[in-house]
Write a protein that binds this ligand. Sequence first.
Ligand code: FE2
Ligand code: FE2
Length: 156
Amino acid sequence: MMREVLDAIDRLVLEPSGRSPEAALELYGFLRDEYLAHHLDEDEALFPLLRKRAEPEDRIDEILDRLEADHETGNGLIDKILGILKAFIKNEASLRDEDFETLRFFAASERRHLIVENAIILPIARARLTKADLDGIYNRMLARRGLDRVTSGKAT
Ligand SMILES: [Fe+2]
Ligand SMILES: [Fe+2]
């Protein structure tokens, strides 16, 4: 999903023809609903388990420290990104040069982050986490989004 979002930001920045408020709306909705939640999934559930389960040769602490720092940077930037998209969607403002620059910076740093997670973190997670770990992470993801009651059949 995040890769699609980053591609959509690139299109918004690079292709004037794709620069419609409708194109920005989906992007806005995903980032608003998922960006911070995704960071919490990783910071509170996935990364602590990885630190616990990884072997010294995985050298994971240093990498996770860096990824957590990226999350903080992104958390500090996301309101600005949402503000740019929202103003554009509501037709209050066309995108200024500095907005393009902010969007481009965001997409580039998120893409670097994603590459490290996919290339380094996911293989270690596959090798080290247990089935119970994965179930626990999944359940916390559902609970964070208020979906746990739905799947356990307790929703009214
Ligand atoms: Fe991350
Ligand atoms: Fe991630």
